[in-house]
Design a protein around this ligand. Structure first.
Ligand SMILES: [Zn+2]
Ligand SMILES: [Zn+2]
Length: 82
């Protein structure tokens, strides 16, 4: 029997909903300046999936790309409402 792992979640206003299928490729704690800024904390908890493992089930996403202080390229996708 194959093991299935399904998680669902969404944004604060409820417009965007998503599902992830399978185990994450990486789980990490990061203390870069961006993670500190976005969380208002000393570090951020990050969970990574392949694009094929993520399904947006409702809502529209907006993109924002930037280089963090370690010169690493990131692309954020988020709800434009909240
Ligand atoms: Zn929202
Ligand atoms: Zn970070």
């Amino acid at each position: 029997m194959s093991e299935k792992e399904l998680h669902s979640g969404g944004c604060s206003c409820g417009a965007v909903r998503y599902e992830t299928h399978g185990k994450p490729t990486r789980v990490a704690v990061c203390h870069c300046r961006y993670c500190q800024t976005r969380t208002g904390s000393a570090f951020g908890m990050n969970v990574y999936f392949e694009d094929s493992q993520i399904q947006i089930t409702s809502g529209e996403l907006k993109d924002y790309s930037f280089l963090n202080n370690a010169k690493r390229q990131f692309r954020n996708r988020f709800c434009p409402n909240c």
